[in-house]
Each structure stands twice: as structure tokens, then as C-alpha cells.
Ligand binder design. Structure first.
Ligand code: SAH
Ligand code: MG
Length: 204
């Protein structure tokens, strides 16, 4: 096993032991497939956790990739920083600690790939805030959009999750009804919304 694979395996073990909700083994291949297909140069990740998905994105993106990743928890950001510093991507990933809804507004420049994976009740807000930062051919991926089967009603939703589920439905409607994007809901893992911004002439 090479160093990077060993680091990733160590992070998976840390995630399991500490109940960190890193992207699961069924969702991860979808993330990698889209990143490899797109080879993004400038990535925004909303929800760093311990840096697991960020490192996987870095490893599959363009060689010159730069990633801004947003995380609320100082403790998790510190763990992420330590892992990232052990990789060859240490200078390519910048962690912004604080509320993502606030920190998005401080970002400048354009992103060709956005991975939304933080507070599920905030996904519609995140989408509205990242919209002005997207390149014309950007991809936006959102994890956990089917949230344990609650979103499509396959599994009855406990009361405490009703607001989250409502907002996830709102997110799916928001991206699906936006003609600038073509959105596919992948059922792998906890559900991923893959939204590809279309060239202008395709917009209806
Ligand atoms: N993308 C990671 C997992 C992220 S888990 C991976 O797959 O490896 C979701 C993360 O979002 C948690 O670490 C949580 O602390 C963070 N989060 C929750 N609310 C947030 C907020 N308002 N702003 C920024 N991060 C937030
Ligand atoms: Mg997730």
C-alpha cells in the first residue's frame, strides 16, 4: 500500500472510531467518478470534517487543483489540518474555520467544482450563495440528499428530522427546476445530487 492509500485507510479508521460522518464507501465512488470526469482546478468543499473527502478530491482533480474547504468545528478542522499536512496536497487545501453560510460570502473567484456536505438544513442557502461563484461549466455535488430514505418517504421520518428533510426536498427541487443545470440524483450511499451546469445555448 502506498503512503496515500495508507493515510486514507487511517482516516477511515479514525472516522469509524470517532463517529465522524465521512462519505461512505458507496457514495465515495460516485464522488470520485465525477471528479475524475471533470478534473477540476478550483474546488469548494462545504463540510471538511477530518479532510477525508477533500484529500480524495485533491488526489483525483487536476494537478494544479486548489481547494477551499469550510468547517464549523475547530476540533475537526485541526484533525483535518494534521492529516492534510501529512499528504502531498498540504499546500493545495485551505481550511476556513467557521459557519459555512458566513464564510462562503467571503470567498472570491470562481469554482468549477463544489461539494456540498455540511448542515443538511442549509443546502438551499448554500446553493443560492455559491451560485455567483460558479464557472459556466461548474459541477455541484451534494451528499446525503436522500438522507436515510426519509426524503423520498421510503422510510418514515422521525419528527426531529422533519425540517432537514423538508430542506433537502427543497434543495432537490431548486437544482432540478433550474434550467441552467442538468441534475441527476444518484441513489448510491446516502444519495448524491449531481448537478452539471450546461453550456448557455442548451438552456431552455
Ligand atoms: N465532507 C466530509 C464529511 C463532512 S461531515 C467527508 O466526506 O469526508 C459534515 C461536516 O459539516 C461536519 O464536520 C460538521 O462539523 C460540518 N458542519 C456542520 N454545520 C456546519 C456549518 N454551519 N458550517 C460549516 N461546517 C458545518
Ligand atoms: Mg456526507
Amino acid at each position: 500500500m502506498d503512503n496515500f492509500a495508507a493515510l486514507i485507510a487511517e482516516m477511515e479508521e479514525y472516522g469509524r472510531a470517532n463517529h465522524v460522518p465521512i462519505i461512505n464507501e458507496k457514495g465515495m465512488p460516485v464522488l470520485l467518478e465525477v471528479v475524475r470526469d471533470r478534473r477540476p482546478h478550483r474546488v469548494l468543499e462545504i463540510g471538511t470534517a477530518i479532510g477525508y473527502s477533500g484529500l480524495l478530491i485533491a488526489n483525483n482533480a487536476a494537478d494544479d487543483v486548489e481547494i477551499d474547504t469550510l468547517e464549523l468545528s475547530e476540533e475537526r478542522a485541526a484533525v483535518a489540518r494534521a492529516y492534510i499536512d501529512r499528504s502531498m496536497y498540504k499546500d493545495r487545501i485551505k481550511i476556513h474555520v467557521g459557519d459555512a453560510g458566513e464564510n462562503i460570502l467571503k470567498l472570491t473567484g470562481k469554482y468549477d467544482f463544489v461539494f456540498i456536505d455540511a448542515a443538511k438544513g442549509q443546502y438551499p442557502d448554500y446553493f443560492r450563495k455559491i451560485y455567483p461563484l460558479l464557472t459556466e461549466d461548474a459541477m455541484v455535488l451534494a451528499d446525503n440528499v436522500l438522507f436515510r430514505g426519509y426524503v423520498r418517504g421510503d422510510v418514515e421520518c422521525p419528527r426531529r428530522f422533519r425540517t432537514i428533510v423538508k430542506r433537502l426536498r427543497e434543495y432537490i427541487a431548486l437544482v432540478s427546476e433550474n434550467n441552467e443545470f442538468e441534475t441527476v440524483i444518484r441513489e448510491d450511499g446516502d444519495g448524491l445530487a449531481v448537478s452539471r451546469r450546461l453550456p448557455r445555448e442548451n438552456n431552455r
